[in-house]
Design a protein around this ligand. Structure first.
Ligand code: HEM
Ligand code: HEM
Length: 310
């Protein structure tokens, strides 16, 4: 049986209770948010380095299938955040493990109560946007076509994405999982680095509850993503406070997400030399991503940038 199929089969079979569903949903939601985040931060940096490209890509956010996908992203971040806090509480208070099943049910309940009204609000703004476009003879289902250089940028971006996903799948398919879902918790054993990593995942999770969930609510509920333009970003980044907020979000989300991804890969790769190689490659990628995006955030010139787009 291929390792990927084995993972899926074992994941469904292992324990087979609500805890297992929470575990697999936590993993899928974490990886989904990370995939979005990586595309999003490299794209947002274009607001500084290639404003025309940014102006084009924000239009893709408003395309109907993406708007619906963003509702899925809201689901992922809410579930992952609530369940992450539950995991952290249980890890810091092992005596509460007897409530693990009850707490999992509570998290699913809380998730539904928070997600349903937010999803309805997001659906409403999407329908309003489609109605407005229909009023001027346009369609929210039509993919915003790039012109000239932007088309090259889009092809390059998609190409890099496909290669990255291909490399990860190749790794996963070639390496059988240790024991899907039953990876030993890392708090007690492991190297000093692993122990710090374990603690960092939990503490950064608390920070991200405010930063990442706050950011999603700002983008989708308090500002409407369908009004997003380079000018809106210029308005936000006039404030050094928002720039600082974005820098913290960037540093915590990218480090937490890539460290989580490293933990997931370790379920598949058992060769020490390969694990060291993956750790190094991910650390270098993390540092480059943070430096590139931080330069973009702090060197952004709101007035100058607006003169570069038609
Ligand atoms: C579809 C949902 C989202 C939209 C429309 C959106 C939109 C934006 C916009 C307009 C900015 C620029 C300025 C600002 O508003 O602060 C921004 C920055 C940022 N967003 Fe989002 N965002 C979304 C989801 C997320 C998520 C889920 C994360 C991370 C977990 C995230 C992480 C960031 C970071 C780190 C920055 C800082 C700028 C940079 O990296 O260059 N965003 N986002
Ligand atoms: C919003 C608040 C968040 C909280 C409270 C949180 C909490 C956690 C916790 C406690 C873990 C460790 C789970 C374990 O070791 O069993 C974890 C894993 C993970 N997180 Fe988060 N997280 C949050 C946001 C994010 C964001 C924004 C991303 C993506 C950029 C992300 C991606 C991941 C990944 C990929 C894993 C590894 C999953 C696994 O090992 O199966 N998380 N999270």
């Amino acid at each position: 049986m291929s390792s990927l199929k084995l993972t899926v089969v074992e994941s469904i079979r292992y324990r087979g209770n609500i805890g297992q569903w929470s575990w697999i949903s936590h993993r899928i939601s974490g990886l989904a948010i990370l995939s979005f985040l990586l595309i999003h931060v490299w794209d947002t940096a274009n607001a500084t380095f290639w404003p025309q490209m940014y102006s084009y890509t924000v239009e893709i956010f408003k395309w109907f299938p993406f708007s619906v996908g963003e509702i899925g992203l809201m689901a992922a971040i809410l579930f992952h955040a609530f369940n992450g806090i539950r995991i952290s509480l249980l890890d810091f208070q092992p005596a509460w493990w007897k409530y693990q099943e009850k707490s999992a049910r509570f998290v699913w309940g809380l998730f539904i109560v928070a997600f349903v009204p937010l999803a309805l609000l997001m659906l409403r703004t999407t329908i309003n946007h489609c109605t407005e476009l229909a009023g001027v003879g346009e369609s929210c289902f039509a993919f915003p076509l790039p012109s000239g250089l932007e088309a090259n940028g889009l092809v390059l971006g998609i190409g890099i994405g496909v290669i990255a996903v291909g490399v990860v799948l190749w790794f996963v398919l070639r390496h059988p999982p240790t024991d899907a879902g039953a990876r030993p918790r890392r708090a007690a054993g492991g190297s000093t680095l692993e122990r710090y990593g374990f603690l960092f995942m939990r503490l950064s999770g608390i920070a991200l509850l405010l930063l990442a969930v706050g950011h999603m609510l700002l983008q989708h509920i308090f500002r409407d993503v369908h009004n997003l333009t380079l000018e809106v970003v210029a308005g936000i980044w006039r404030s050094w406070g928002w720039r600082a907020y974005d820098l913290f979000l960037l540093a915590f989300a990218a480090t937490h997400g890539l460290n989580g991804f490293r933990n997931v890969l370790e379920d598949y790769v058992h060769d020490d030399a390969k694990v060291r190689g993956i750790n190094r490659a991910l650390a270098i990628f993390l540092v480059i991503t943070i430096i590139w995006s931080a330069i973009a955030i702090f060197s952004f010139q709101p007035d100058a940038v607006m003169t570069q787009v038609p």
